[in-house]
Design a binder for this molecule. Structure first.
Ligand SMILES: Nc1ncnc2c1ncn2[C@@H]1O[C@H](COP(=O)(O)OP(=O)(O)OP(=O)(O)O)[C@@H](O)[C@H]1O
Ligand SMILES: [Mg+2]
Length: 271
């Protein structure tokens, strides 16, 4: 069993502080639901845990068991058993899906995987996510529909076999049947690995086992609870947290948009 521990993390993107002293820990036998209002740092947290170099850690540490992984590269973290299914999977022209998966898998192993073993793994994964096997020869995510991209992230997880899986809005873009397919895969995999799952909707969380629900507000963990916390947020939103003394993000961006809009309206009046 692995344990991921985030300690007092401060993270900036383009010099803007996003995570402001965030601490959380969970282990590979747990499934954690991560919720929070838009733009409060959920994807930033997941990208930082995975080691995306665009996110600068100003202070704090990330531990995987007793290893400090704060400064390791994405590849090194992936080899240690971390995986991120992204909110916006990138299209990679010129690299086909199957070659990509094979080299990623081989990078994890001491001995390259045999063609037979790889075929078996792929065939099983494609069947589980209900993607036609012919798509393995297409370029990675290129021209994939929104839902196909998300299913392809789940497929990568199945092939790479990580201990800790982070899924960032895996359900966005999936039709109702596809959500059920992805939930079935997660349900089966929950016995083998840990999940940190970001979603804005109760639907996916309802279909799987949830051990803990965590709410991220303004770059910090604002509340931890059980599945009932998801239901409360689904019904009431986040406003009630203010009454509990949780500090929300000042939305400077909203202010500047409204000032900008007023200015534009004023300017138009004169025309
Ligand atoms: N390159 C960047 N430059 C400036 N600000 C950025 C950059 N990337 C992200 N941000 C800001 O960081 C904040 C946190 O973004 P993040 O993607 O982590 O939010 P989130 O909680 O995942 O939101 P959502 O629920 O909408 O996916 C946002 O205000 C976003 O605009
Ligand atoms: Mg996000």
């Amino acid at each position: 069993m692995s344990k991921l521990k985030i300690e007092n993390l401060f993270v900036s993107v383009n010099d803007k502080e996003i995570l402001k002293g965030l601490s959380i820990e969970f282990s590979s036998d747990e499934t954690v639901a991560l919720l929070g209002p838009n733009g409060n740092g959920k994807s930033t947290l997941l990208q930082t845990i995975m080691g995306n170099p665009n996110y600068t850690i100003k202070s704090g540490n990330i531990w995987l068991d007793d290893k400090d992984i704060t400064k390791l590269s994405v590849d090194e973290r992936s080899k240690l058993g971390l995986f991120l299914g992204m909110q916006y999977p990138s299209e990679v022209p010129g690299v086909n899906n199957s070659d990509f998966l094979k080299s990623a898998l081989n990078a994890h192993k001491e001995k390259p995987v045999s063609l037979f073993e790889f075929y078996k793994l792929m065939d099983n994964a494609y069947k589980k996510v209900h993607i036609p096997f012919e798509m393995s020869t297409r370029n990675l995510n290129e021209g994939f529909s929104g839902g196909e991209k998300k299913k392809n992230e789940i497929l990568q997880m199945l092939v790479l076999n990580p201990d800790i899986v982070m899924l960032d809005e895996i359900d966005s873009g999936l039709d109702v049947d596809a959500i059920q397919i992805v939930a079935n895969v997660i349900k089966e995999e929950q016995e083998k690995r840990g999940f940190l799952i970001v979603s804005h909707y109760a639907k996916l969380y309802d279909l799987i086992r949830i051990d803990k629900a965590v709410v991220l507000v303004n770059g910090k963990i604002a509340k931890i609870g059980d599945k009932s916390l998801i239901k409360k947020i689904d019904e009431q939103g986040y406003e009630w947290l203010k009454k509990e003394g949780i500090e929300f993000k000042d939305d400077e961006s909203m202010n500047s948009i409204s000032i900008g809009t007023c200015a534009t309206k004023e300017a138009l009046k004169g025309k």
